[in-house]
Design a binder for this molecule. Structure first.
Ligand code: ADP
Length: 396
């Protein structure tokens, strides 16, 4: 049967890029035949406003049909670009988080392609039976379409269908528990808010992002996953004992085994791992290869080669970063959901431990931020010194 094209509306994403991506890709499974309407408030308050707009750009580039409207938070940014006192207002309304996501000091540092996108957003879209808008219309006016401010900010309205060409209104802006949104899909009041308060993570009834299938009046729901940081764990002990999908070995270029964690993994995992290593032959510094886990509780071993510390001016930082990045990418490629790292290069390879810990944590966080599939990462510290350093770096 031919799949009919669907029309979806989503509103008030507020920097929750991971939740937005999951809703679009995994929950509604947007196809290129569908149309997605976004009702504004992409930015502010949440952790990754840049990521939200990047995903919009990515969908557009990949040929998906998108229509994006303006929200009051986009308007705060536009006003802030013009007047310095409005910039302060913008920052106090969750704009600081937006700047952080762009690594920008002021709103003028946000790259122009994002600013142009925001400045070009329209206030509303009319479909045959519905008006899509961020907040609503001021029906006290003869011509409510003359009041831009209300379109972005109004919270209470009694819809006058004569003024909308008989269109009912789908809007965001008013955080509403998704159960209540579901109950209001009969449009008894001629309007419905589809803002399920995604970014309000401490309010149990909110904390979800929804997509409304406009034609079927069906609601798709995704819990906020943007604040789930429990994918980073710290344990003290022996990596060969861990029940994870894959453990990482701090190997050498020849994959010949050795002392430290390398020796421990080969001893505990048995000869199957060495046989696989011999077949592979070797591994450049910063790269990663994968073998069986042999007799280990872990299914697989990823062998990566960290740099030997040689004063710090020989690309040591980048090579260590690569060792973590390539191991993570290889794990994801192999469909593995949990990975444990030793403190690569901090043994006989002599990398300063604090710097190594910082690089390890930052690289993993950056990777997880850009990754749709979740991977749980454990740092395993064998020695007390590394354990204390990691505790500090992870803020535990
Ligand atoms: P490198 O050559 O990369 O420095 P090492 O094996 O010498 O590799 O040391 C890397 C880290 O692994 C060190 O911090 C060391 O304390 C730790 N280590 C040693 N044995 C184990 C083990 N069984 N489990 C986890 N970590 C270990």
């Amino acid at each position: 049967m031919k799949k009919l094209s669907r029309q979806f509306a989503i509103s008030d994403i507020h920097g929750c890029a991971k939740t937005f991506k999951k809703l679009v890709k995994d929950v509604i499974k947007l196809s290129r035949k569908d149309t997605l309407f976004l009702l504004g408030d992409y930015i502010n308050k949440g952790p990754d406003s840049k990521g939200v707009i990047d995903f919009i750009f990515e969908l557009q580039k990949d040929g998906y049909s998108l229509n994006c409207l303006r929200g009051n938070h986009e308007q705060y940014l536009i006003d802030g670009l013009q007047y310095s006192w409005e910039e302060i207002a913008f920052l106090s309304r969750g704009g600081l988080e937006t700047l952080d996501s762009f690594r920008a000091k002021t709103i003028h540092d946000i790259p122009s392609k994002y600013l142009e996108f925001i400045k070009g957003l329209p206030y509303y879209i009319e479909l045959e039976n519905y008006l899509l808008i961020h907040a609503g219309l001021n029906f006290d006016l003869e011509d409510p379409y003359k009041d831009d401010f209300s379109m972005l900010n109004i919270r209470n309205m009694e819809v006058d269908l004569n003024k909308t060409g008989k269109r009912q209104i789908i809007h965001g802006h008013v955080p509403t528990a998704y159960q209540n949104i579901e109950d209001s899909l009969d449009f008894l009041n001629n309007h419905v808010s589809i803002d399920s308060g995604c970014v309000y993570r401490h309010i149990h009834a909110l904390n979800h992002l929804v997509a409304l299938d406009i034609r079927d009046r069906k609601l798709y729901i995704q819990r906020n996953i943007d604040y789930e940081m429990n994918t980073l764990k710290l344990v003290k002990g022996d990596i060969t004992k861990l029940h994870v999908d894959v453990v990482v070995n701090a190997a050498n270029n020849g994959l010949r085994g050795g002392g430290g964690v390398d020796g421990a993994i080969h001893r505990a995992g048995g000869p199957a791992i060495m046989e696989a290593c011999k077949k592979i032959g070797g591994c450049p510094t910063g790269a990663a290869v994968i073998t069986t886990g042999g007799n280990l509780p872990a299914k697989k071993v990823i062998h990566t080669v960290g740099p030997i510390w040689n004063g710090g001016n020989n690309q040591e930082n980048t090579l260590l970063e690569n060792a973590y990045k390539n191991s993570l990418a290889l794990a994801v490629e192999n469909g593995l959901k949990s990975i444990a790292f030793p403190n690569i290069s901090t043994g006989v390879y002599g990398f300063p431990k604090e710097l190594a810990a910082k690089i390890a944590v930052e690289t993993v966080l950056e990777f997880q931020k850009n990754q749709e599939s979740e991977i749980e990462v454990t740092f395993v510290c064998f020695d007390e010194e590394n354990f204390m350093i990691y505790k500090q770096v992870l803020g535990e």
